[in-house]
Design a protein around this ligand. Sequence first.
Ligand code: ASP
Length: 602
Amino acid sequence: MSDTLNNSLRTLCEDVDESDIGIEFTFKGWVMHYRDHGGLIFIDLRDYSGILQIVFDENIDNKSFRNAKKIKNEYVVSITGTVRKRPGGTENAGLKTGGIELLAKSVEVLNTCEVLPFQIDEESEVNEFTRLKYRYLDLRSKRLKDNLIFRSKFTHLIREFLNNKGFFDIETPFLTKSTPEGSRDFLVPSRLNHGHFFALPQSPQLFKQILMVSGFERYYQIVRCFRDEDLRADRQPEFTQLDMEMSFVKTGDVISVAEELFALIFNKLLGIELERPFKVLDYGEAMDKYGSDKPDTRFGLIINNLTDVFADSQLNLFKDNIQKGGVVKAICLPDGSNLLSRKDIDELLNVVKDFGAKGLAWTKVGENGLFEGGISKFISDDERNKAVARLEAKNGDIIFYQSDSKKTAENVLGRLRLHLAKKYGLVPEGRSDLLWVVNFPLFEYSEEEKRVVSVHHPFTSPAEKDLDRLEKDPLSVKSDSYDLVLNGEEIGGGSIRIHNPELQGKIFEILSISPEDAKLKFGFLLDALSFGAPPHGGIAFGVDRILMILRNESSIRDVIAFPKTQKAYCPLSDAPSAVKDVQLKELGIRLLEAAGKNIKSE
Ligand code: ASP
């Protein structure tokens, strides 16, 4: 790493090694640790390349030793000295420069540092609010610094790959109109047009489609998106997407570019060879077997359908539910009898209730496939034999059952499967499973809105083979869309778009969006589509979430330089905050209530 930017002579900490022994250098950086051992002072100096140990020896250079006495943690210093081998037994194998040290001959303090609110690099008890308030200090820690440097390499690789493939990096507006991803918009009042608002884009969806109409054919952007949602650990009000769109493509083309890109990322940044093509799961199969449209396939616990087995069950609960059109489904936890105590099984009831279950039936599998405990005594030999065969259950396993509507049974077992895998360590370490989920339904019925809504967004193309059912049976129509899933997290999604205005009109009708409403909301896209729009499709990937997984972090905040809290507050800059009355007046805005305290208190 040669520092060509720096014209004041200086070497980077990790640029020196054994071959530099006996040579004099100047280093500049932060004092990470300071240890006074009587006649010897040790400093671990940190710069952006890494760490180097510096020694001040009273007997060798008394002046620099006395100057070093004034130094404290996180002072910014410039130190000149000679590289030497560390005395035998004092090497540090954990450091790249652990075999050498710098014997200092002069030190200059470039800046001092206040008492730190928390120790850098220590995963101490300090709460996250304080860490975010002093984010610049936390970013000095190795973990966060490495995450951000990884992020920089990641985006660089993406840009290089896509530029080489003939994609154009084109920016789209932030001050714009509401986009159709279906979340709440962040609004920006217009000063020149009182009562009118811009929306910050939930994604560049409309603009990237318009760029296809303009003939750019291959577009990408690493772009900020804004959605005013309640936040969970893996959400932020502003987040970054790798957004792509291509003309004259079919699903297979989009999938193939994305696979090539991910294979490159895994190879170059993690040294992992991904198997290609990635697995492809039908949406229906994903729901049937994993109870999720983003299945984690790194471990088994596959959901099996036992509805036919229990059709005549003496358990009224099973029988009545099946007669009403419900299902009985089950998962088998290998070696469950050893893993779970009776108390653990009882506690699982509360866990599944949180997932929406009414109860949790179970049986243990004993010798010769006989059932013990739980609902065993209500299960006939024939039912048991069939269940054991279908679940491939063995002595010592536990089977968990759900008798409910298909949707609830699959959702509960899908979440139980994840819960058990996490709790009992069934996820193999270091394994990465990437797969596509395809054949999503185009629409779903929203109980809340009492109308049919889009599963993705209203510009998603229906699957060609289902077009004749569009009006008769819209809920049975599949879409030409695809989601990419990594280790049970959705990391990207996209679709082939509708480029025919007539078909688009029909879709709006099914969605109960009136022509006037459609014109009002997306008129500019519809106009554009009517001027020779090529067939096109694309995809967007959640950059923060991907980085979180690749870096083994549990929150996307750890891969973002300046994230917000769960309450969408920035402790560093104290945003959002109240504004002056004159500013509101200029915008033509009067508050219903005076601004209260903001949400800083956590
Ligand atoms: N704009 C979509 C989203 O953000 C992705 C796409 O369809 O390309 O979810």
